[in-house]
Design a protein around this ligand. Sequence first.
Ligand code: ADP
Ligand code: TRP
Length: 326
Amino acid sequence: MRILSGIQPSGALHLGNYFGMMKPALELQEQGEAFYFIADLHSMTTLTDAAERRRNTLDVALDFLACGLDPQRTVFFRQSDVPEVPELTWMLSTVTPMGLLERCHSYKDKKAKLADDDLERVNHGLFAYPVLMAADILIYDSNLVPVGRDQKQHVEVTRDIAIKFNHLYGETFVIPEPQIREEVAVVPGLDGQKMSKSYGNTVEIFGEEKAVRRKIMGIVTDSRPPAEPKPDADRNTAIQLLRLVAPPAVAKDYEDRLRAGGLGYGDCKKALFEHYWNYFAGPRTKRAELERNLDYVRQVLRAGAAKARAKAQQVLQRAKQASGLE
Ligand code: ADP
Ligand code: TRP
């Protein structure tokens, strides 16, 4: 079984990325042949600073390796190191109905947000984004795609495109399945909305101690006094995040005390910071080591790209043959 996922190098990775996508993907490493990549071509749709892209790309590589990506088992690479992907993207785009892309929530949201201040940033890449993603998935005969819920529609678009191509040109592509962990499908951010780089409400996986403490203490809460019982304790952002980083019994204890009344939000946030800090202690040490050994990190990505390309070339060849390009 081939498992495939990607993540954009568009900023520091956060707890939403970690629990929604990275952790499930890392746990799947043992279940099959995993291909994980850094979607630098996708990041061009929104990020236009070259130095930032270069730095983010290396940061994502460090984050994944520090969090337990095993380069002996898993093929880990940069999207742009596989030029067969943009080649397949063109072929797929010719069987992609415009309406399919016009219906994508992610495109509609980004367009609505950008249109207010800068219509010029609504570029063609943003619109064609799911077709590039389809090529990413289909070119490695992927079976399973672990992602957070916001990417589900893109995997469904991929399936539609693959079915259409297979129908027109004969069986060419494997039809992939998304895999979404319901319990972490949407990790909340500091303001209670979905945690996202674009909302400025993130807790970074490898944030600086003081800065993260300040952010966590600033989680938005209501003005009910500590003594007042909180029947809605399970919807509290600090409790929801605590459930991810603390042992279940500890998180439940805080939730119960908040519900009963007598526990202040400040104490929940302090506990959240402590558990968050301990949870990533091992990866933090590993990351610092890797940072002193960037040649190794670059070498991992190069070796991954060579393996990914070998597979991509086979599938591209199949698609060319089927469609009469060969
Ligand atoms: P962002 O919204 O911060 O830009 P991305 O779109 O780059 O994040 O997401 C990368 C991966 O992390 C995707 O698989 C996405 O579904 C997952 N992800 C991002 N934010 C969350 C979240 N708050 N909860 C669950 N999964 C998330
Ligand atoms: N669009 C994904 C995101 O923003 C990243 C991505 C690109 C991806 N290609 C992919 C994820 C292929 C899974 C499979 O998170």
